[in-house]
Design a protein around this ligand. Structure first.
Ligand code: SF4
Length: 401
């Protein structure tokens, strides 16, 4: 302590700018002068700094790799600071994901049980669900505490189906939105016109994961390209719908691919509103059935890096959470995860037990995030009152009033 005081009095001691996100590192040039007058201990400074940190410092893959490679406890600590500057760390959103059209997909994603290419998978393809069953599922999800309802169809995209099925999906969006829930869909590749129709129906967000790095993507799917994925994300953003885009850990990728995945997401024209981090659920009969599962700490590292490089996004702890220990999940929440999927199933695979989740939330002091709390990232569709076009928009407002 005495030595520390003496050093601070030595005016000749060289002043070394320390990074506020990673105190062990020297801060990089510039924009030091920009931040210098601000008190380092304030919320404003943290918010301001971490915003510019991500904007100016973390735009290259090497810089994101440096974050990813940080010793895990330092990384988790840094991510927790960023998280607390941008979000209420006690709030975790609970979402429900329902498969509205299961199996028979013409794509060949190597991890997916729903591809018609993987004949050994024990799954029966189904037709598009009827409106009432989806509405009832949404009602149950809402009663159980979910505030976002996501609907997934195993399609290459809505272009492969006729107008009657497409209109049914749009009506599903309208009716679920009318419950005052946030509504998300994941329907494959979209055209700009389809994205605009979904927006008009009251869609809050559209999920379209890029899965992995651009270099590794060819090992994941051969029936579509990385550029296809980015084109759909552009159509979604162009229609004013919030983007939900993340990836899957455990596809056989290396650390450089995980960095590449996060680099793709962090350098989109705007950070996604939501970033799902999935752990592969290796389904028997798929080409990836023998992949070793990622460790819980691998997932924490990806969550923490996502939090540092996309400070305002909602980071969603998604598929594979059932295999994470309560301790791993707690560390992930500390390091920036602020959403989970609720319910028995995630499309076709098992999800974490609801009672276990309730116990974990209680032990960690977490509370469910209400629908339409303003998100730091994302378009106006993820904010209450923004969507007036869909029948659900006005009804959603009444439910929130
Ligand atoms: S597009 Fe979706 S449903 Fe189809 S195989 Fe790929 S992940 Fe599965």
């Amino acid at each position: 302590m005495r030595r520390h005081v003496a050093a601070s009095k030595n005016k000749r001691a060289p002043k070394r700018a320390r990074c506020c996100i990673f105190p062990g590192r020297e801060k990089r040039e510039p924009p030091r002068s920009l931040f210098h007058p601000l008190p380092s201990s304030t919320f404003t400074f943290n918010l301001f700094f971490s915003f510019f940190f991500s904007l100016f410092f973390l735009s290259s893959r090497a810089e994101i790799a440096a974050v990813y490679d940080t010793p895990l406890l330092d990384l988790a600590f840094a991510a927790a600071r960023v998280h607390r500057a941008h979000h209420d760390p006690a709030m975790v959103q609970r979402c429900t994901l329902l498969s509205i059209k299961t199996g028979g997909c013409p794509e060949d994603c190597g991890y997916c049980s729903q591809s018609s290419h993987h004949k050994k998978v024990d799954l029966v393809a189904e037709r598009l669900a009827d409106l009432d069953s989806v509405y009832e599922a949404a009602l149950r999800a809402k009663a159980a505490g979910s505030t976002r309802f996501c609907m997934g169809a195993a399609w290459r995209g809505p272009s492969q189906v006729g107008p009657r099925q497409w209109e049914r999906v749009l009506e599903m969006v309208r009716r679920v939105r009318g419950l005052g829930m946030e509504v998300c869909t994941t329907l494959g590749m979209l055209t700009p016109a389809q994205a605009a129709q979904l927006r008009e129906a009251g869609l809050t967000a559209y999920n379209h994961n890029v899965d992995t790095s651009p270099e590794f993507y060819a090992k994941v799917s051969s029936t579509r390209t990385y550029a296809d994925r980015l084109a759909t994300l552009a159509a979604v953003a162009g229609a004013g719908v919030s983007v939900c885009a993340g990836g899957i850990i455990g596809l056989g990728e290396g650390p450089a691919d995980r960095v590449g995945l996060l680099h793709t997401l962090a350098t989109l024209p705007a950070h996604p509103e939501s970033v799902p981090i999935n752990a592969l659920v290796a389904v028997p009969g798929t080409p990836m059935e023998g992949n070793p599962p990622p460790s819980g700490l691998d997932i924490v590292r990806c969550v923490a890096t996502a939090r540092v490089v996309m400070p305002a996004s909602v980071v969603r702890l998604s598929a594979g959470r059932k295999e994470l220990s309560p301790g791993d999940q707690a560390l992930a929440f500390l390091a920036g995860a602020n959403s989970v999927f609720d319910g028995d199933k995630l499309l076709t695979t098992a999800n974490a037990d609801r009672d276990d989740d309730a116990a974990l939330f209680g032990a960690l002091g977490l509370k469910s995030r209400p629908a339409f709390l303003p998100y730091g990232a994302g378009s106006e569709t993820s904010r209450a009152g923004a969507v007036e076009g869909g029948a659900g928009g006005a009804a959603g407002q009444r439910a929130l009033a």
